[in-house]
Design a protein around this ligand. Sequence first.
Ligand code: PGA
Length: 243
Amino acid sequence: MNTPTPIIAANWKMHKTSADIQPFFNAFADFTLPENAQVIIAPSATLLHSVQEHAGKLGIAVAAQNMHQEAEGAFTGELSAAQVIDTGATHVIIGHSERRHVFGETPEQLRAKVNAAIAAGLTPIYCVGETEAERDAGNASDVVNAQVREGLADCDQEQRASVIVAYEPVWAIGTGKTATPELAQEMHAVIREQLPDNALLYGGSVKPGNAADLFAQPDINGVLVGGASLEPESFIDIIRASQ
Ligand code: PGA
């Protein structure tokens, strides 16, 4: 199923401080957010509150970039679902490839995070994607299918359908090597077989110049944008490309 409302999500990663927030949103003053678009911004934890103050007025949702699976406790440096919700955020990115590959988060942890997010009322943006070596070995579909299966294993049907899934091939993230729209669509079609009702986002070097071709694919319901979401002008151009 193709969701009618395209989703444009920004992942700011470990960029920006509070001084950058007002100037970023100033650029939205002359831009009317299309009614038929859901925009989400995922800033660092320190910025969740201040981004929410600006974004809320514009109808833009806010996401945390990560959370811990436990409700509270001795987990220094971590953020619980309740703490994420306390900032006004409604979404949380789980299993970004940097969490999987740089920080070594395991499928079991990610499944627990998905469960905890849903139980708390957050919408997970659950990321999957193969590495270059896995693709070269011909395993891209198997890897991605397994990641989807593992992450959503404990969800009932309604919970499963509520999860936003982002396909982000690791070799395309921050590298300038976008998957071609055809390749992205091919992988989205693979995921679609498991998740007929979910919003499926593509991520990996999405730019104003390639966004429209990605949105045009039947199983791509939106994009998760890293580098090109840091400048409001290019992010706004990507939002425009969704229409
Ligand atoms: P990129 O990052 O757009 O800079 O490739 C995407 C992501 O990691 O979510």
